[in-house]
Design a protein around this ligand. Structure first.
Ligand SMILES: [Zn+2]
Length: 291
């Protein structure tokens, strides 16, 4: 597989009322193995669903899902909010948080005019390794919060789940140093960040998984976290991934969220899809498309 690097084209902002959403892409490419991600789908059906969705979302052999690793900035109204911090840079126990990836995500932020000290809030939708990586940066021998003056928001049930037993290495190197520095706020899963930005509870993928809804001047967008990993889950909302902690609850949540936002003018931006869109009912399922 070719070496993956952060794209060098500058991010393109999306205006939502008086707020600006900036997709901050760390990488787009073949990521999760399709069959291992959807072990409950018969291989023939999986292949047909991947084929239907097209090559934007799978490699030509349909062996790997073609996915984005990305975060988002929410700018405007005097705020600089980041939602998810991707895979991250070198850590003492993980010199390459994703083998083969040279993450230059902080340069992408710089290209969007965002300096680490500008960021007032970081939201981690959940604590999987691909959503917390740039929470911290290795400085000399120390892991420090990358955004030194930001408050990091994590839903309390998510933090409880991640630290109930010995935390996995990515929590130890990308979450606990933030807590030790006094910058972490464990919040309710329906926490309101300001009058236009709120968390939406979406348990199942992980216990404290949250989405982020932005409503401004009659416009609305939903940063949809890991509600889906591939458009096949729009067509078949009952299908959860092998990564979902509680696949049954994840499917219940998925169906409810898709139903709530379908046929509205809400722009839906799932973390791992290279492109977002507007949700429309389609047969027994849904699809993302133009307004
Ligand atoms: Zn993820």
């Amino acid at each position: 597989m070719a070496a993956l690097t952060t794209p060098t084209t500058p991010p393109v902002p999306i205006q939502v009322g008086r707020r600006r959403i900036v997709p901050l892409v760390e990488m787009v490419g073949p990521a999760l193995p399709a069959r291992a991600t959807y072990p409950n789908l018969a291989p023939d059906l999986l292949d047909a669903l991947l084929s239907d969705a097209g090559e934007t979302y799978a490699d030509p052999s349909r062996t790997f899902l073609r996915m984005a690793s990305q975060g988002f900035a929410i700018l405007g109204a005097g705020r600089v909010i980041l939602v998810d911090t991707c895979l991250g840079g070198p850590k003492p126990k993980r010199p390459h948080p994703r083998p083969g990836l040279d993450s230059r995500w902080l340069s992408t932020l710089e290209g969007a005019g965002i300096r680490p000290t500008d960021v007032d809030t970081v939201i981690n939708t959940h604590l999987h390794h691909d959503h917390v990586g740039w929470n911290t940066t290795l400085t000399g021998a120390h892991l420090r919060p990358t955004f030194p003056t930001a408050q990091y928001l994590i839903a309390q049930p998510e933090l409880d789940h991640a630290t109930a037993t010995t935390p996995p290495v990515h929590v130890a190197d990308s979450v606990l140093p933030v807590q030790a520095a006094g910058r972490l706020l464990a919040c309710r899963p329906d926490h309101r960040v300001d009058e236009e930005v709120r968390l939406v509870p979406a348990p199942g993928h992980t216990p404290g998984h949250t989405l982020v809804e932005i409503t401004s001047q009659g416009r609305r967008a939903l940063l949809a976290g890991d509600l889906i990993h591939h458009p096949l889950q729009l067509h078949r909302p009952d299908i959860s991934t092998a990564l979902c902690v509680d696949p049954v609850q994840a499917a219940i949540t998925r169906r409810a969220v898709l139903d709530r936002y379908a046929d509205t003018d809400t722009l839906i931006l799932p973390t791992h899809l290279p492109v977002g869109g507007y949700l429309r009912r389609d047969g027994g399922g849904y699809r993302l498309g133009p307004p």
